[in-house]
Design a protein around this ligand. Sequence first.
Ligand code: C2E
Ligand code: CA
Ligand code: CA
Length: 753
Amino acid sequence: MKFRRNPKILRGFANSVIGHTGAFAPAIFAATIAVIVVCVATNWRRERSLADERSIVAGEIATISSRLQTNLNSNVKLLQGLAAGVAVNPTMDQTAFSKLAAEILQPDSQLRSFAAAPGMVVKWVYPEKGNEKAIGLDYRKNEKQRDGAMLARNTHNIVLTGPVELVQGGTAFIVRCPVYINDGTSQIFWGLLSGIVDIPRLYQDSGLESTDLEIAISTVPEPNLPKQVFLGSLDTFSKQPVVTFVDMTYGRWTLAAVPKHGWGQNSGIATFELYASLLAFCVVAPIIWVGFLTKSRQKTIEKLRLHKKKLVRARQRLEYLSLHDALTGLPNRRFIDQMISQPTRPGPEDCLILIHIDLDRFKEINDTKGHAGGDTVLQATASRLANLTGPNDVAARIGGDEFIFASWSTDPEPKANALAQQIVDTLEQPLSIDGAECVVGASVGVAWETEPAVRRRDLSQLLLNADLALYEAKKTGRGRAAIFTEELRSATIHSKELADEFNHALDRDELVAFFQPQFNADTLDIVGVETLARWDHPRKGLLTPDKFLDVAERLGRSGDMDRLILQKALFELTRWDSLGMDIPRVSVNISARRLAQPNLLAELSALPLARGRLCFELLETISFDDLQPVLNEIIPAVKELGIEIEIDDFGTGHASIVSLLRFEPRRLKIDREIIKPIVTSPSQRRLVSSIIEIGRSQNIDIVAEGVETMEHAKILKDLGCHLLQGYALARPMTSQQLIEFCRTKSKGLTEAG
Ligand code: C2E
Ligand code: CA
Ligand code: CA
């Protein structure tokens, strides 16, 4: 793979280097200075110590060279002494020579032996022992010794040669001294006197053995010729040695010396460097430490920044969650409240439209399809509403099966109407739950601002207005839209007041039981009375149920009301019995809520009741289908207690006749709306007639209510109806009035009889 320059990577690298060096810049600067200082100081120190070293070496080599010179000179002096002895007695023999040599040779001298060579041929030696081989040596014929010997003879000078290989074995320096004899007139060359200088001893006595220096010695025949090194190695001359000379009249030696381990080894430089570095470290380390602290602080700051970022994100997430519904993802109630408390209008002239939506059959679906089915409904509703939203619209779920649709418009009325209809229509579309098609449907309440610059208070009022309109829509039936009006508001205020008052009415016993007699169609005898609730309102006077039944239902107190009226009815029945009146049966109206009260049966069984004297009128609209499971248990149990069941308002509800008849009611009461037109309408008569026919086939008595004229009474009697109830025969009345009524009736009958 080929490395390609990526500008991004390079930039990143540069940044990171800058980023990393930033904190350490002072440390790097200090370290650089410290290194320079240490280097300069070491260099200076090195030069100084080198100079010191050289001067020590120079001193040492000077001592050695002067000793060498002294030793050689003293050896030469000894030889000269012997030469003087020979010159005085040139004809001596070996014995005399030995004697003379022994006297001259001193024990501390490096001279090992002497040889005397008259006429250049060795004749005498000292000591004789070990040097016998040298006797007879002719210098002129010995190649190795000839040059030196001839030089001494020709120059008349003392000549030092060597190291030379000796005839008698080994190597040595040879000092040659020419001997001349004075014959009175001139100097005649007699021969050569040689002294063998012991090399190891010379070196030892001159201090060459015991020195720490690496020493090389060369002779220098000519300045330009290569050196002839006889001690040490030629290398030494290239090691910047300290050079000194040993000058002798008979020659010159060059001494080169360097320390055995080279220059600068024992100078203490390492120690100095160590201390200097330690010092530099002491200076730099705190700065690096500060760099590290700065770096770690930067890291901490960076971490904090990241942490803060995370916190902000988490807060935003929480904020989002707190303003949205988890199930549908729509904005929630809080969102709408915030929106209403701080409205941001798209345009200054725009008015807010709020549509409050409530699903019609959500509870049913939730009960039958379970929570998963309910969730599907809510999610589908949310997505349908979201599909209707425009750029400035909001669809929100504000609880259970309630939604809000908010929109803006300069001309709100048409837009609100159109939106409401769209919402009703779209939510009326069937949806599939577990493969089954369901229609949920919705009721909507609509309200809008009448002026754009509405104050805050009014906006929250707007939500209440939409709520009121929704309530109205629900009242009028399912799948409808209702629009908020001022009348609606006042009606609501009124009903609210009434609700408060109704609660008090129950507590203060303001409810009164009225009774309307029911007659045998044939004989017109009283066969029973229906108990009807009245509210003796302290200000408004006597109120009929149409004024307060809704309120009682909404407050959830219709069951309480029924219980109260039942007690009153039974109380009056006992009274009538005690007065000897013939009221065979009393009927009471029973609401669905009363039927569903868990302690109903217990209460009823505690009553002192004769069989067939009490009848429950159940509204056909109670929704027998909905309540089926409850009714299946309750109704037979009620009948078991001897209480009769009558289906009220028959012909208005939706319950199928089959489902009604399954309860085997004692009677059916045909609704007054069906009865009313029978005088003029033959078809209505036929309808009544067929209901009567059904009853007869099932052994169920038929009651007609709303018998307003005697003509009604006659027709119904002719059709075969069993019981009649209506203004034509008797109006609802108090118990006292009923007592009077019965008294007059029986009196009339008696008088008539
Ligand atoms: P409902 O059960 O159909 O009661 C009969 C209603 O018809 C009574 O109205 C009565 O005054 C009226 N009525 C009687 N004869 C005639 C007639 O010839 N022509 C006309 N147009 N109406 C006649 P009310 O007393 O206003 O009661 C209205 C409804 O209130 C009742 O209808 C009943 O459903 C309900 N209700 C009355 N009392 C109670 C009660 O104690 N508990 C419950 N749950 N409902 C009650
Ligand atoms: Ca009734
Ligand atoms: Ca009725």
